[in-house]
Design a protein around this ligand. Structure first.
Ligand code: UT7
Length: 330
């Protein structure tokens, strides 16, 4: 018995991007009431001046909806043609059900395949790899990929290793069929031996026993070392696998974890002076999975980056996991 196999478009590309930033502006000064630190230390060691946290009436659903609605409108795609929705998040309030089916329902994407992925700060590139494969294999025609995070809710304000780092937000893209390739091969992987580098401070059993909501813990130095060594090589591999030389690149959007990590990646990749580099960390902090699409939208909105340009994106975080690819900007 020979089974039929689905067949899809020759290539896929990102058609549009949208994002949502929450309303509360949290400057470094605000955090000094909880941690022994200084505005100078935070700014110099990370590049962060302020971050946005959710306020009254805002949550992961409202942020994700705003980003997704904007991406769908900008794509011009009939929502009825979006047959899959992937949500990347580590801060959704429910272990089950996933956030994606609810967002699909709220967005009117009836009967779309809908599921969440948990790949932390690498989640956008993980989801993009899946969306690209789904379109090329005919498993979906159009895919909505949302990355939404409210890390402020799992941040331990008294932990001077993490309290200043994270911000909330959401980004979304519509991915669709294309005659030319707009999404290069994904370079991805994991190192579970470093599960303790970024972790949930208590598993659910321990949290219930202690009567405490679990928070996010991090061994900053271990992650920093991994990101400036291993991830630099992975970023170079993304260029190689896409057949791109550093001088062919227009835009670099690394995960916004620390400006010093970005600087090291830039030096390693030997990117030319003219390459536009995302530095949204200054005002948005680290938005986990949402960082890359939020930065992409910001660079396009400001005119620093332009539609059709070639960009390298790479994310890395809890797992440890990483993923990156070269893309054509929507
Ligand atoms: O998105 C997920 C991926 N996450 C990341 O990529 C994060 C990667 N890690 C980092 O970005 C950095 O490790 C941090 C920004 C988290 C920390 O910076 P660091 O340069 O690694 O600081 P450190 O832990 O090595 O500490 C250096 C010094 C120490 O003082 P001494 O021993 O040199 O006198 C710390 O006590 O800075 C001190 N310190 C602080 N001082 C003021 C540590 N935290 C703070 C603080 N404020 N919040």
């Amino acid at each position: 018995m020979t089974l039929k196999a689905s067949a899809g478009a020759p290539f896929a590309r990102i058609l549009s991007v949208g994002s949502a930033t929450p309303s509360r502006v949290i400057d470094n000064e605000f955090l000094l009431q909880y941690i022994d630190s200084s505005d100078e230390w935070i700014t110099q060691r990370t590049g962060i001046s302020e971050r946005r946290w959710i306020g009254e009436g805002e949550n992961i659903e409202t942020l994700s909806m705003t980003a997704a609605t904007s991406a769908i409108e900008r794509s011009g795609v009939d929502p009825a043609q979006i047959d899959a929705i992937i949500v990347s998040t580590i801060s959704h309030y429910h272990q089950t059900p996933a956030l994606a089916p609810k967002l699909a329902h709220l967005l009117g994407l009836d009967d779309a395949a809908a599921y969440d992925i948990s790949a932390a700060c690498a989640g956008f590139s993980y989801g993009l790899a899946q969306a690209e494969s789904m379109i090329r294999t005919g498993q979906a025609q159009y895919v909505l990929l949302i990355a939404g995070e409210t890390i402020s809710e799992i941040t331990d304000l008294t932990d001077r290793g993490t309290a200043f780092l994270f911000g909330d937000g959401a980004g979304a893209v519509v991915v669709g069929p294309s005659e030319t390739n707009g999404i290069g091969p994904v370079v991805w992987g994991s190192d579970g031996s470093q599960e303790g580098a970024i972790w949930q401070t208590k598993d659910w059993h321990a949290a219930v026993e202690a009567g405490e909501f679990p928070k996010l813990g991090m061994n900053g130095q271990a992650v920093f070392k991994w990101a400036t060594g291993f991830i630099a090589k992975a970023a170079k591999q993304c260029l190689d696998e896409a057949g791109i030389a550093p001088e062919d690149l227009d835009v670099f959007i690394p995960h916004q974890a620390n400006n010093r990590i970005t600087d090291t990646l830039l030096r390693y990749l030997k990117l030319p002076e003219g390459v536009v580099v995302a530095r949204t960390i200054k005002h948005l902090g680290n938005n986990s999975a949402a960082t890359i699409p939020m930065a992409m939208d910001a660079l396009l909105a400001s005119g620093e980056a332009k539609s059709g340009q070639t960009a390298l994106i790479i994310g890395f975080g809890a797992g440890l996991v990483y993923a990156g690819q070269v893309i054509t900007l929507p």
